[in-house]
Structures are given as C-alpha cells and as structure tokens.
Design a protein around this ligand. Structure first.
Ligand SMILES: Nc1ncnc2c1ncn2[C@@H]1O[C@H](COP(=O)(O)OP(=O)(O)OP(=O)(O)O)[C@@H](O)[C@H]1O
Ligand SMILES: [Mg+2]
Length: 522
C-alpha cells in the first residue's frame, strides 16, 4: 500500500509537567477510517487538538500528503485541509445555522456579506446530510442533535481532505446515526482521510477499518480493526474490566413526585405521571420527542403554561412551583458546557457548588476549604475522576471526566430525586458501567431517578418503568421488562397502529397519578 496520507510521529504533550501524550505515532491513509479509542482522559482529544491546530505539541512531527507541516493555529490546520468536528460543540448560540457554518469565511459581494450565497450553500450541505433544519434558525433553539449536525455540515463545507470526528454521534438520535454512517461511507469513497473517536464499540465495527487505542497517553494497540474483537479493544483501553451486573431493584410504593397535566404550548401536552421512592423511571423517546423538555419543565428551567407539580414533603404530597423543585431534585444535564459546569472554576468548587450550605464555616460567610476538598476528594475517588489535582479547572478536564464531575456534584448533595439527562454521554465503557452501578445503588438506597437517554440499551439496563414520549405527549407507559421492539415502535409514533392491543389505547391517555392509582400500586 502507498504511504499513509496523514502521519503524526513521536507526538508528546505535557501540561505543567504532566505528560498527557507520550511519543504517540498515528497514520491514516486515503479512503480509510481510523477508530481512535481510549478511556476518558487517555489523550484522544488532545492528540486531535494538535492535528487541528488548537494545541502545539512539545515534541513530534506531522506529515500530510508527503509534506511536513507545523500548525500554529486552527486556520493553519484548516488550510492544510483538516476539518475538525469537536467533542464539545463550538457553535455560536446567538447566530443562525447558516452564519455558523460560514464563521471566519463569510463570502463577500460588493463589500458586504453575501447572505444569499450563505443561505443557499448552507442548505445544500444540510440537504446532503438529509437534514431539515431551517438555515435561518438561531442555533440556540436547536436540539443537541441538530447542533451536532450543523457542526458536521460546517466541516463538510470547507471541503476538508482529513476529517476528525470527536464523538460525533453522542447526541444523535438513531435514525440520524444511520444517516450519519452513510455520510461517513460516502466520504470514504471520496478518498477522504477520516479519524473517528467514539466510546461506542458497535459503531467502530460497522464503519471503521483501522483502530488505534490510547491508554494514559500512550498507544496500547493498533492495526486492522477486523483482527480484533470487542473484548480485545476494551482490554487495550482499560485492562480487564470487571462488569458487575446488579439486578434491577423492584419499585417501592410511596410517591415522591407527582406531575399533573403539565403543558407548554407547542412543546408539551398534558404530561402527567408519578415517580416512586427507589424507582428509576425512564422518559423514553426519540430526539426531539420532548423527553428533555419534560425534565426541563419540571425542574423550572423552562416555563410552563399549565399544570402543577407536587413533591413529597415530610410524608405528604405538596404542590410546589417548578422553580422550587430543585430543593428536592438534582439535575444532571445533557449539556455539560452550557448549563452544567463552571468551566473556569476548580474541580473542588464544581463538586461543592450544589452543596455549599453544608460546607459553610461558623461565621456562615466562607466555605470551609478543608471540608470542601475532602468531600470533593471522596467523590473523585468514588467515581474515579481523572484529574491532576483538585485545583485543576473543570474546563481543562477531558469530556468524560467533566460528565463525572457533574454527577459528583449531585452525589455529594444527595437530594431525594435525581433528574438525569444523558448521564453517561461521552463516558468510556468502564465509567459507564460504574455510573450504571451508581444509579442502581442510589435507587436501592431509596433515591428516585427520572432518566433520559438516547441509548436504548442503557434505558433497558436501568429502568423499572418507562413513559414513552412522542410529539410532546406521553403515548404509552411500559414496564421495565418491555421488549426493545415495543419501545422502538411507541417512540416512533407508530404505536397506536401497531398491534391490536397497543392500538386500543389512544395516545396521550396515560394519565398516571390521578384516578386509578389504587389498582396500579400494590
Ligand atoms: N489545557 C489543559 N490543561 C491541563 N490538563 C489538560 C488540558 N487539556 C487536557 N488536559 C488533560 O489531558 C488528559 C487527556 O485529555 P483528553 O481530553 O485528551 O482525553 P480524551 O481521551 O479525549 O478523554 P474523553 O474520552 O473523556 O473525551 C486529561 O487528563 C485532561 O485533564
Ligand atoms: Mg475527548
């Protein structure tokens, strides 16, 4: 085979003396898709940031198409034909979809930005992705999945030869995923050079041909993917994994949260349900179904037009304003950058931020530093968060470790109810297993959890019961043992036509928590 089009050689990088990449080589040829794997904090994004001109290496060289290259900036890297779809989306929330796709390179006609060209080209690229987002929509209003598609479209627009995808599918819905894989295959046929980072092992086996695994900043294995199986890759990533499956815990009877006829015009329609003590209740639906909006509405993040929420207060259910629900509930958000983490603050401050009242010193004006650090250290150890020290700022942690910090924050506060939106987004297989066990353990200790995840396997692993959401309504309640097929059918909106039993129930009529609860509760 001919020389690899892209070669990185002997790359090392340290931050303040701590090496995060040590003498790493990487090569990918034209028309190849390389899976770059590794546990959270292994160095994948750092290596790609070096290729993308975001970071400069301390040592090492890059050769592209036979020519040696040095990148001092992102634009140097772009000029060399590199397109980078980042793990943390880098869009400007207040600009339109089309504007975001042309940031830094607006076409100009007669001294002014040619908006028509922007609109048309943006639409053409989105069309090739099979994506129906309005190019004039403000990015802030898009779902996480749509934002991801805009990022992908933006990289495709630059006509890059080398494409880096850093966890591109972590927030894509199932059908968006398969469309995205088709796009990767098409790009491969066009002889693009593709580097693909993901924690989903199934994905790499369906679209990648080469693999390279990083472990603690060094290459622990590489080669042709089909020479390896799942287990080999996992062992290269994290050593031998002890997957401990804990049984689902049966649901207890008493209510902790009751949602009645919650509506928000055009978004949510008469959402009613109850959450029980020790229960893991899944809100299952496709991306855009309204599943995240339910969580946001009941936690006071979005306004509501009608309905009310009650929580269990010393044994009796009392109505509370959604804005006050946070006294009882912790919200682990899907978007860790926008509404989860305080990026410039330390890991310790981020972990303690939900729990400051218990850490105040006697004068009630200052936080007891030692207590704060001890509490944070306990969580860092329990969740195996990879940091150099507790003062490291959250913004410099790897993606998966940021997710763990958000979780740590709420675990240290331990409110009776947890709302979790994509709790394992971006975490590696080992950590995912740890987080699943933590969730089950919380449930076993009587905490109640309302969980949203795009991964059906994750929902099936965790939930005692599901509420299926479609077009902003609860269309079906299913038991924890429900078959995958039923979950898929109801989520797709085809539930009412599928099978006579399912068909007899009109969507939206699952009104838990008002009448008929005596039969349901044993
Ligand atoms: N600017 C920085 N300052 C200090 N440490 C950093 C900085 N950027 C990255 N690191 C550290 O480098 C290590 C590798 O991080 P990187 O983001 O490359 O991991 P990753 O393999 O992409 O992990 P994930 O799967 O969680 O995204 C981490 O321990 C991270 O905290
Ligand atoms: Mg990363």
């Amino acid at each position: 085979m001919s020389e690899s089009y892209l070669k990185m050689k002997g790359i090392s990088k340290h931050f303040f003396g701590t090496y995060v990449l040590k003498n790493v080589d990487l090569k990918v040829g034209e028309g190849e898709v390389l899976a770059l794997m590794g546990a959270n904090g292994a160095g994948k994004s750092t290596l790609m940031n070096i290729l993308g001109g975001v970071l400069e290496p301390n040592e090492g060289s890059i050769t592209i198409g036979g020519a040696s290259r040095t990148f001092r900036s992102v634009s140097d890297s772009e000029k060399a034909g590199i397109g980078f779809i980042h793990q943390e989306l880098a869009l400007c929330p207040t600009m339109t979809v089309a504007e975001n796709m042309f940031i830094n390179r607006f076409p100009v006609k007669g001294g002014v930005i040619d908006r028509r060209v922007i609109r048309e080209q943006a639409k053409t690229v989105l069309d090739t992705l099979g994506c129906k987002i309005d190019v004039l929509e403000i990015v802030r209003n898009l779902s996480a999945g749509d934002k991801q598609l805009v990022e992908i479209a933006r990289a495709l627009l630059t006509n890059a030869k080398i494409l880096i995808f850093d966890e591109p599918t972590s927030s894509l819905a199932l059908e968006e995923k398969s469309r995205f894989f088709d796009i990767i295959r098409a790009l491969q046929k066009e002889q693009k050079v593709i580097i693909y980072i993901t924690h989903f092992l199934d994905e790499i086996f369906s679209i990648c041909d080469q693999v390279q695994v990083l472990r603690n900043g060094e290459t622990s294995g590489d080669g042709i993917l089909k020479d390896y199986n799942h287990h080999d890759i996992v062992s290269m990533m994290v050593g031998d994994l002890d997957i401990r499956k804990e049984k689902k815990i049966s649901k207890a009877a008493d209510k902790v949260l009751k949602v009645d006829q919650l509506s928000r015009t055009g978004v949510l329609d008469s959402i009613s349900f109850e959450l029980h003590r020790g229960e893991i209740l899944g809100l299952w639906g496709l991306m855009g179904s309204g599943r995240t909006e339910v969580l946001r509405a009941i936690s006071g993040l979005d306004p509501i037009d009608a309905g009310h929420i009650s929580v269990n207060f010393n044994g009796s259910m009392q109505k509370v304003h959604p804005k006050r629900v946070k006294k009882w509930a912790g919200m682990v958000t899907e978007n860790r950058r926008e509404d989860g983490l305080f990026l410039p603050l330390s890991v310790a401050s981020n972990i303690s931020s939900a729990n400051l009242m218990t850490l105040l010193s006697k004068n009630r004006f200052t936080v007891q530093k030692q207590k704060e650090e001890q509490a944070a250290r306990n969580q860092v150890e329990a969740l195996n968060i990879k940091i150099s020290n507790l003062d490291q700022t959250a913004g410099t942690l790897s993606g998966g470790n940021q997710q763990k910090v958000i979780l740590a924050r709420w675990l240290s506060k331990a409110p009776p109810i947890f709302f979790m939106d994509e709790p394992t987004r971006g975490v590696d297989v080992g950590a995912k297993n740890e987080i699943h066990n933590i969730i089950k353990n919380l449930s076993g200790r009587g905490f109640s959890l309302l969980v949203v995840s795009s991964e059906i396997e994750e929902m099936m692993e965790l939930c005692h019961r599901y509420l299926v959401i479609h077009s902003g309504r609860i269309v079906k309640e299913l038991p924890g043992e429900a078959a995958k097929k039923d979950l898929m059918i109801w989520a797709s909106g085809a539930g009412s036509e599928a099978g006579s039993e399912a068909g007899s129930e009109a969507p939206g009529n699952v009104n838990l928590g008002t009448e008929g609860e005596a039969e349901r509760e044993k």
